[in-house]
Ligand binder design. Structure first.
Ligand code: GAL
Length: 641
């Protein structure tokens, strides 16, 4: 009643004469605030000191850390939000940079712009009208969240009557599977172009969805190669140098599928980004031989292999001690490395492993330093098809201020050794982008190189890493891939990845638009239907595996929204409408930015559904941290690739 009278009073007299009850936000329960590091604190900084911005002390307020999101339920009772915001002085001299946003019911009401350590506090005062939910956001200033200690000093909401705001949990997004299940009729997938080296053992398992049993055949398969019509596994010896146009076929009682598959026997491998499983984020140092075999079996049973995943790669922690003659063996968790590779091969899949050019790996196991040639030989004898070479303790070998040649040395050495083995071994450089590795990774024998540090499970870095990689697109081509690290949706090391459904879709969409190597690194024992549907959408993977091997380019970049466009071999374009912000936003892809004209058929790739013909532009409201992925085609419509 009291509230109703107050509202009437305001309606008649206007706001000016009414002083609503001001609720200091530090008096609320802050348990639901989400932030990138530490916990939101009342009346002190996130580091536990008095709140201080640009030399000015504040008695009250909230200390937080980017990226921070606070949802306040106001139920239309809030009148005004006021605060003084800035980076806390406790990180003076450090590279802190943040941006504050005040958002009411999905509309940005106020933005601070970029603020750094030492920037004087900025005052916020926004009228709230009938806002139901107020969201206070601190974004990082596009340079990572390190040192981003941020204060909402003196933060208050003027409320009507006795009502009080409440800090609520972020609304939960429903996990909706957008992709239809594969049909019963056969549908061949996988790369349309495949590099291999003459005279080496050849094996390839043809990816195909559809009801089993399937019967496989191939036209134009060069002599020396044989396709098993029941398993779809091609084995034999790679023919002499040249290009071989093969037509693969698969048939069952529901129909038939055909797909071209060009073999390029020459020097290059990985002509499309390698795809598979790597155990690192899933199991860390508790990986075992049994877990790797289980991963291989599961990839077959759950359809990942049918969608194109091929490699089963052991990361760190498999090494035991060297014998007196310097030969390396697996440790007690990996008693038979050759047996493991043989097992993976027996399923038609490829096996990968990891070591370091230093004396020790990152996790402290035996590295390859001064045993490089012996190890390369041994890995080949065991039958491994992929090597990740991780800088790690090579730090102690490299000079203090390494020059380019120092960064290159260990990789050139191993690249050369691998190229001389009697099998195709894809070489993955892992040194976190030092010395602009993208400029020379291929020259030292690499097929892919990590462009940054470990991704960790931090969503904000997913958008950042994608933007960074797109900036390196000129160094990215068939057989030479920028590697943004593994896909981490689902479960890891007994923890559920903290991604919303939109974020999970975005992760995969961005990786495919970048033509990134696609390595799933989640727990294979806990792969749920939703995660699997994201990993295995064939039209999305087709974007990743397109034979042109282009990384998308960024067009129309705003602070939190941007459009990615990638040219595909058939003349169509893959387009991502991206929103890295904390609230939904409208994003439009303009034909002039995409380089297309006239009417375009727009197909939603997650849903595998044509959305219709559009002219001039295509726009959508994109959810928080969302990407809508479409394919634009001027010629054909609704055709599954
Ligand atoms: C890191 C590497 C990770 C993982 C880990 C193993 O240096 O970037 O991807 O391989 O070592 O210890």
């Amino acid at each position: 009643m009291k509230n109703i009278l107050r509202i009437l009073f305001i309606a008649l007299l206007g706001n000016a004469d009414v002083t609503a009850g001001e609720v200091p936000l530090d008096s609320l329960n802050l348990a639901n605030v989400r932030q990138g590091w530490g916990n939101a604190a009342s009346n002190k900084s996130v580091g536990g000191k008095p709140l201080t911005i640009g030399g000015q002390k504040f008695e009250r307020g909230i200390g937080t850390h980017a990226v921070s999101v606070m949802y306040l339920r106001l139920q239309g009772q809030g009148q005004r939000f006021t605060a003084s915001v800035g980076v806390d002085d406790e990180v003076a001299g450090q590279p802190a940079s943040v941006e504050f946003q005040v958002i009411g019911d999905d509309k940005v009401l106020w933005e601070s712009g970029l603020m750094k350590a030492g920037t004087p506090p900025r005052k916020v005062s926004v009228e709230l009208g009938g806002v139901k939910t107020l969201v206070l956001v601190v974004e990082d200033g596009e340079d990572g969240i390190a040192s981003d200690h941020a204060d909402w000093a003196d933060a208050r909401v003027a409320m009507l009557g006795e009502s009080r705001p409440e800090v609520i949990a972020m609304p939960v997004e429903e996990a909706v599977i957008l992709t239809p299940k594969p049909g019963l009729a056969p549908c061949l997938h996988g790369p349309k172009i495949y590099g291999c080296r003459p005279g080496h053992p050849f094996f390839y398992r043809v990816p195909c969805t559809g009801e089993r049993p399937l019967s496989y055949s191939a036209q134009g398969l060069p002599a020396g190669l044989k396709l098993d019509s029941q398993t779809g596994i091609i084995t034999g010896t790679t023919p002499e140098r040249g290009e071989y146009a093969v037509k693969l076929q698969a048939q069952n009682r529901h129909g038939k599928s055909e797909r071209r598959f060009k073999l390029v026997a020459g020097d290059k491998l990985a002509l499309t980004p390698p795809m598979g499983f790597n155990d690192w984020y899933a199991y860390l140092d508790h990986v075992t031989d049994a877990k790797m075999r289980y991963a291989a079996d599961t990839m077959i049973a759950n359809g990942m292999v049918d969608a194109g995943y091929q490699y089963v790669n052991v990361d760190d922690c498999w090494m035991g001690k060297r014998s007196a003659d310097g030969n390396l063996a697996g440790n007690e968790k990996f008693p038979d490395m050759k047996g493991l590779a043989d097992y993976i091969h027996s399923q038609g899949l490829k096996a990968g492993l990891y070591t370091s050019p230093g004396p020790k790996t990152c996790a402290g196991y035996e590295g390859s330093y001064q045993h490089e040639a012996q190890d390369a030989r041994r890995f080949a004898e065991w039958g491994f098809d992929f090597l990740k070479y991780d800088w790690c303790s090579y730090r102690s070998i490299a000079p203090n201020a390494p020059e380019l040649a120092d960064y290159q040395k260990p990789y050139r050495q191993m690249g050369d050794l691998l190229a001389h083995q009697d099998r195709d071994i894809v070489f993955n450089l892992c040194q976190y982008g030092m010395g602009d590795v993208w400029k020379w990774g291929a020259a030292v024998g690499g097929h892919a190189w990590r462009t940054s540090d470990d991704l960790g499970i931090e969503l904000n870095r997913v958008f950042q890493v994608a933007l960074k990689n797109c900036g390196l697109r000129d160094y990215h081509k068939p057989g030479e891939w920028n590697d943004p690290d593994y896909i981490q949706i689902g479960w890891f090391n007994n923890t559920k990845a903290p991604f919303t459904p939109s974020e999970s879709y975005s992760f995969m969409a961005l990786w495919c638009l970048m033509a990134a190597p696609l390595f799933y690194s989640g727990d294979m024992e806990r792969l749920d239907e939703f995660t699997l549907s994201i990993l295995c959408n064939p039209e999305v993977i087709e974007v990743d595996q397109d034979p042109l091997g282009q990384c998308a380019r960024v067009v129309d970049k705003h602070r939190f929204t941007f459009v990615l466009v990638k040219d595909l071999e058939d003349g169509s374009k893959a387009v991502g409408l991206c929103n890295s912000g904390e609230v939904a936003a409208d994003v439009a892809a303009q034909w002039k930015d995409l380089g297309v004209t006239g009417p375009q058929m727009v197909r939603d790739l997650w849903q595998e559904k044509d959305l219709g013909e559009f002219t001039g532009h295509f726009s959508r409201r994109i959810p928080r941290h969302g990407v809508v992925l479409v394919r634009l085609n001027a010629k054909e419509t609704g055709k599954r690739p």
